[in-house]
Design a protein around this ligand. Structure first.
Ligand code: C2E
Ligand code: CA
Ligand code: CA
Length: 727
């Protein structure tokens, strides 16, 4: 986790602030060198104000900017990044070479008018690959360091001015800063009108007294001892002091004291210059606010959320205070964005944030963790309370959202994790809740899952399968099985559905329902899809060569394949061309939700394929969102009745009626119906009686290898249906 900036606001001098900022860089990036630099010589040179090398404080240096990456960084608005070989890119910059620098990060520090005043730099010995998050952190850090530098410059300017004008009365009298001059014994000699205004004391009341009259009592003895020591050693001290006005009010001031020595080097005066920093404190507060808030919803951002979670983990370790973490993810939010545009997406997120706020207590910490993910830390809550809260949230979120004319249906998945001894860090806590959420998402939408070891096991398996699948795909270790599709009119095989198969040496057979989902989730699906397509067309070409020229093949395509592949239509057509297969002998099976899905481009692609002669089948019809009205809008050649529906054929009469009329309607719309999952003679007979065109299922054959598919074809030539096959 990147570090919190809180400590930076608590430093009492700029030296301390710079040091701390560099230590934070050391910790987050383990940079070889890092420094805070201030521009000098009219912007031609940089002088470091703090400099670290391998985590240690180094003496400050000065260098010319010409032909250095820093000159580049000063030109850019964002973080200036060189991931590698920066020394080669700036051959003139001998320092880079001498220090052995490979990678470089630099951000310009600017004054209020956006003019550069300095630079924050981190340099690395090895090539780097910076994450988005860490770059953002670095930029935020620079923002705070810049505020400190601005303040510094301000003060320095004033101090020099005073010195230059050797305390000419006019400055003294008219300065907006309060000024107090004390003698070598630290007895008040003079104060200016601004001082009188701030403190409420008249000069006459103070003359000859010690500045101690202003003390608020908020600082202890060591604080003053340290101040005096610095003054004597360095001639200067600056820090934040709480003082008391004559009316008793305590206020924060930034106090800068300079020792003035006479020609002999003896202390003649102390000059104290201070200003009320209530304003500065206010901007600090704002800065903190921006650093912690997610701009769209106003909820905590991820960093600030993690910080608080960290605090609760400490509380648990010290006092066994329980807490739970909820992880919420909206279902199909991407569809909302694609369908209605990002502005509507944003409004949905804001509405969700508002609904969530209604469900939580003020002690809970709610954040927009990222995209359509929200996290909630339930402080001081028992597992039962957390579950009740999750249920409340589920009911609240899963209500349609009205935005003007639009009525958007919303559902979400929720995961809960409870704190325990294994909750070592905020990231672990969030990860657990996230894994539970993913498990809820898999189960079905609108569900709540509580994190457990079992869920962790599932997650680990998933990660393991992802890695193995990526390897297996690379090594061409998957295979394809073929399940015949029978014409119910002729009883003959007309085509085969190609189904991906995976056998792993260690884990055994892994079923497509599991690995297809993983391929989809981890972006492997288009590689898999292309593999199956090519293999299927290659095998089909073999069947054609053996004389079965009328046979076709059907391959499955997932929704995400249409998005991932660069040119899905071209890829399919190219594969057909390569294997010399006619377009009408290929059927692409997509689920109904893909075909009617939000993205018009998917529909366009399917239409383009159909225009070229490729057939399209609507897979798994009657599950999910099926509606007859969709059928009218869609252009498809085949409708595949899902196996769960086919199986109902033997049940109640009303199911039979539904299937019979579905077949009728599809036929009227020029679609042919394929019934899946036919397992027995009765189903086969009934489907034939209803005029169903094709069928597929274990009754005829399981999915088989290419060699067995050839045997099926040979046998089928000599048989009427059903096929009798030995596997
Ligand atoms: P699907 O497209 O609905 O494929 C039909 C599934 O039903 C196959 O399961 C098949 O073995 C099974 N099946 C066939 N006849 C019967 C039967 O009589 N009774 C029963 N109970 N089941 C039968 P499989 O091979 O496990 O595939 C599962 C799903 O995985 C497929 O469902 C498909 O959605 C997906 N899939 C398989 N291969 C691919 C592929 O190459 N690409 C993509 N995108 N998805 C694939
Ligand atoms: Ca299918
Ligand atoms: Ca199916």
């Amino acid at each position: 986790m990147t570090q919190s900036f809180n400590a930076l606001y608590q430093t009492s001098s700029s030296e301390q602030a710079y040091e701390l900022a560099l230590s934070m860089i050391d910790e987050v990036f383990a940079a070889k060198y890092c420094f805070v630099g201030r521009l000098s010589d009219d912007g031609a040179r940089v002088r470091t104000a703090a400099f670290h090398g391998q985590g240690n404080v180094l003496a400050n240096i000065e260098y010319g900017l010409e032909e250095t990456p820093c000159a580049d960084a000063l030109q850019s608005v964002d973080v200036c990044i060189y991931n590698e070989q920066v020394a080669d890119l700036f051959p003139q910059d001998t320092m880079l070479r001498e220090l052995g620098i490979h990678a470089y990060l630099g951000v310009t520090l600017r004054d209020v008018a956006r003019n550069p005043i300095g630079i924050l730099v981190a340099m690395f010995e090895q090539p780097q690959d910076f994450s988005e998050q860490s770059l953002q952190w670095f930029q935020d850090l620079a923002f705070i360091v810049a505020a400190q530098a601005r303040h510094d410059i301000d003060i320095e300017r004033k101090n020099t001015m005073l010195a230059e004008l050797s305390l000419r009365n006019i400055v003294f009298e008219q300065s907006k800063e309060a000024i107090m001059i004390t003698d070598s014994e630290n007895k008040i000699l003079r104060v200016n009108p601004a001082f009188e205004l701030y403190t409420g004391y008249r000069e006459s009341e103070l003359l000859g007294r010690s500045p101690g009259v202003l003390a608020s009592g908020r600082h202890d003895q060591p604080f003053y001892a340290n101040m005096w020591q610095q003054l004597h050693n360095h001639g200067h001290w600056r820090g934040e002091v709480y003082n008391r006005r004559k009316n008793g009010e305590v206020y924060p001031e930034e106090l800068s004291i300079t020792v003035n020595r006479d020609d002999k080097g003896e202390i003649s005066h102390y000059i104290g210059l201070f200003r009320d920093i209530s304003d500065w404190k206010e901007s600090e507060r704002q800065l903190r606010f921006f650093a912690n808030q997610e701009p769209l919803t106003g909820l905590h951002n991820r960093r600030s959320f993690l910080e608080r979670v960290e605090q609760h983990i400490d509380l648990f370790n010290e006092q066994r205070t329980l807490s739970s973490l909820l992880f919420l993810n909206l279902d199909r939010f991407k569809d909302i964005n694609d369908l209605y545009g990002p502005e509507v997406g944003d409004r949905v997120l804001v509405a969700v944030a508002l609904r969530l706020q209604h469900c939580v207590l003020s002690s809970d910490v709610l954040s927009r963790y990222g995209g359509d993910e929200f996290t909630l830390l339930l402080a001081n809550s028992s597992p039962q309370q957390a579950y009740a809260c999750a249920q409340r949230i589920l009911t609240h979120i899963c209500q349609p959202i009205r935005l003007g004319e639009l009525n958007i249906e919303l559902t979400c998945s929720l995961g809960i994790a409870h704190i325990d001894n294994n909750t070592k860090s905020a990231t672990v806590f969030v990860r657990n809740a996230n894994h539970a959420m993913l498990s809820a998402k898999r189960a079905q939408s609108q569900s709540i899952v509580i994190y457990s070891d079992e869920i962790e096991g599932q997650y680990l398996r998933k990660i393991q399968l992802r890695d193995k699948l990526a390897k297996a795909l690379k090594a061409n270790e998957l295979s394809v099985a073929y399940q015949p599709i029978i014409s119910l009119r002729s009883g003959k095989i007309t085509k085969f559905e190609a189904l991906a198969r995976w056998h792993d040496e260690e884990l055994g057979t892994i079923y497509p329902d599991e690995f297809i989902a993983i391929a989809e989730e981890f972006g492997l699906i288009s590689v898999l899809g292309q593999f199956v397509l090519k293999r299927a067309l290659n095998d089909l070409a073999t069947l054609h060569k053996r004389g079965y020229r009328h046979i076709g093949v059907s391959v499955n395509r997932s929704a995400s394949e249409f998005n991932h592949l660069l040119q899905p239509v071209e890829a399919i057509l190219a594969a057909l061309h390569e294997h010399q297969i006619a377009t009408h002998q290929l059927t692409i099976e997509v689920t109904e939700s893909v075909a009617i899905g939000a993205q018009k481009q998917v529909q366009d692609q399917l239409n383009e394929l159909r225009d070229k002669g490729v057939k399209v089948a609507l897979d798994d019809f009657c599950t999910g969102y099926s509606s007859l009205s969709h059928l009218i809008d869609l252009r498809a050649d085949y409708l595949k009745i899902d196996k769960s529906f086919t199986q109902q054929l033997l049940g109640e009469h009303k199911h039979q009626v539904v299937i019979a009329s579905l077949i009728k309607i599809a036929s009227e719309l020029d679609m042919e119906v394929i019934a899946e999952g036919v397992e027995c003679e009765e189903q086969h007979q009934q489907l034939r009686d209803y005029g169903c065109h094709f069928s597929q299922g274990f009754y005829y054959s399981e999915p088989v290898s290419l060699a067995q598919a050839l045997i099926l074809l040979e046998q089928a030539d000599s048989l009427t249906s059903p096929l009798e096959v030995s596997h």
